[in-house]
Design a binder for this molecule. Structure first.
Ligand code: GTP
Ligand code: MG
Length: 254
């Protein structure tokens, strides 16, 4: 009898979603067509607009390439990613990439990010707005000011030489995510992105930055709110100064 063999991609792209019905189909298709043929995992927090149902429908078309983790409540981007990372480690993917559903993270850069890892140029690759050649498109000056100021603040406080530490378009080698104690990651918004990079940096992994152009979302609503900015400002300070180096290092290692 002829047995069907399931061919797994070594690469996974994780997209957390909350009410992304206007973007979900397009973003999934834009990821699946990349040269490195990544699989996609959507982590949906019970979107009332039917995002998960659309994913299930598409999973019929692309068997074994689209996966869905459904969580009942909206619990923040950080928690969604931790659940996704654990799933990815369980499934043995070699590289794990995180990105937003709203096209702010250009899908055509996925191959370049993952290429950094597969050629051993780095262990973590960041799609960066603030490295040479990167940028933001059509941002009001105050938002750009806040974002740049936050990046400089994080660099000063943590000593990490990463120009875009709040970036949410990041590829990790599997060994990096398995070395980090994911249960020790505390933050949920922008601070989550900083905390993950800081954990990788403290464990000695090499982090590179690839320039990207970051446009604002065109469809759907933003889920950003003031709590997330407050968490980033105070959280980074706490992460750096309220834990001793030894305690932090012990804590982040799995
Ligand atoms: N699973 C899950 N996904 C979320 C949650 N909050 C936001 N997201 C998703 O995380 C990604 C980033 O959220 P955005 O609303 O674009 O946040 P942002 O990019 O900071 O804000 P904008 O620039 O205004 O779009 C999107 O794919 C969202 O659908 C959440 O609580 N749970
Ligand atoms: Mg966005």
């Amino acid at each position: 009898m002829h047995k069907q063999i399931r061919v797994l991609s070594p690469h996974l792209v994780i997209i957390p979603t909350y009410n992304e019905i206007e973007n979900i189909e397009q973003i999934i298709r834009a990821v699946l067509v990349r040269n490195c043929l990544p699989d996609v995992l959507i982590v949906d927090d019970g979107s009332p607009d039917g995002t998960a149902a659309k994913v299930k429908e598409m999973a019929q078309e692309f068997k074994d390439r689209i996966h869905l983790l459904e969580r009942k409540e909206k619990n923040g981007l950080g928690r969604a990613y931790i659940a996704g990372f654990k799933w990815a480690l369980d499934q043995n993917y070699d590289t794990i990439t995180e990105m937003d559903a709203d096209f702010s993270h250009p899908p055509e850069k996925i191959d370049e990010l993952i290429g950094q890892l597969t050629t051993d140029k780095s262990d973590v690759a960041v799609g960066s707005r603030y490295t040479h050649g990167g940028g933001v498109v059509n941002w009001p000056w105050f938002r750009l000011f806040l974002s740049r100021a936050a990046s400089i603040y994080v660099q000063l406080i943590t000593g990490m030489g990463i120009k875009d530490p709040t970036a949410g378009f990041v590829s990790y080698k599997r060994e990096v995510l398995s070395a980090i104690n994911l249960d020790s990651i505390k933050f949920v918004g922008y601070a989550f992105q900083i905390e993950m990079k800081y954990a990788a940096y403290r464990l000695g992994y090499h982090i590179s930055e690839i320039p990207i152009l970051f446009p604002d979302r065109e469809k759907g609503k933003s889920k950003m709110h003031i709590f997330i900015i407050g968490e980033a400002l105070s959280g980074v300070f706490a992460m750096r100064f309220l834990r001793s180096y030894k305690r932090y290092k012990k804590n982040i290692s799995a």
